[in-house]
Design a protein around this ligand. Sequence first.
Ligand code: GLU
Length: 348
Amino acid sequence: MKILKKLAFFMLLGTTMLFAKPTIYILATGGTIAGAGESALSGSYTSGTVTVDKLIAAVPQINEIATIKGEQISNIGSQEMNNEVWLKLANRVNELLSDKSVDGIVITHGTDTMEESAYFLNLVTKSKKPVVFVGAMRSGTSMSADGPLNIYNAVNVAMDKNSVGKGVLVVMNDKIHAAREVTKTNTTAVDTFKSVNTGNIGTVNYGIVNYYLAPVKKHTVNSEFSVKGLESLPRVDIVYGHTEDTPDFVETAVKNGAKGIVLAGMGNGNPYPSVEKALAEAVKQGVVVVRGSRVGSGSTSVGAEVDDAKYGFLTADNLNVQKARVLLMVALTKTSDKDKIQKYFKEY
Ligand code: GLU
């Protein structure tokens, strides 16, 4: 009798473990995915009007595969994203992931700055568990809204064992991207997100997840960056280079207390001559200057046409300028040593 009882107990335990649903938190920040417009054919809508509960209710299928819990972090268009929300989000992500009962996190976010937030989290998340950003190019009230399937796919990616240890991910339009690599390439198209230098690392088709590549740069648990105890982030400005340029924006950035400047240089990170002079002067005043490119792909080479050693400029590797800004902000929380920061640009 005793043996039978024991057997029944272990069978029940086994069945529970086998069919136990993973717990996935959905942290909502706003964006088109939470947007509503006046008609199914209207391109005009307001971002960040739908709450996390409604977002979850719009995709009931996710409750069949996971125990879903929702939290509202902010409800803004992602062009309004700021350091305060980033720090709140990063701290909450770390807190949730340190809880054994949480298996993964999906973050709903506007697409305009999703790549920046995802890369920031990629640098400061202290867990191997999946963190997946997702958004939509069409609001929930639009014809052929892409949000619901994107959310369903994102939850599946967050639950998938193969997503563990891959750093922060972005799921859009059936593709899985590494946070470091992905960028928004088209203002309105549904297939706007591309990993221009490397390609997407996987696909997700109606919830079926497949990986083909893995990120090799440092991230999450291997990252030496942390938001613990941080209440602010240093100011880093981006200056966009062009023909007949002026040094005005560089000078203004320095005057207004920028600790770092990222140049969106022409071609291989080239500044206009007067801008080069102003940047060299900024370095003398203790500002860290990183040369990136406005081109959108490829890396900025050290000393190709600019004498980086002479001026004390750093280069952004193949990070686009908005991501170079994120890395420089985070790096400056630890050091202003130029050699160390240049090393970070190789490693992250
Ligand atoms: N500006 C909005 C945002 O980034 C719209 C972009 C979107 O979510 O698709 O939040």
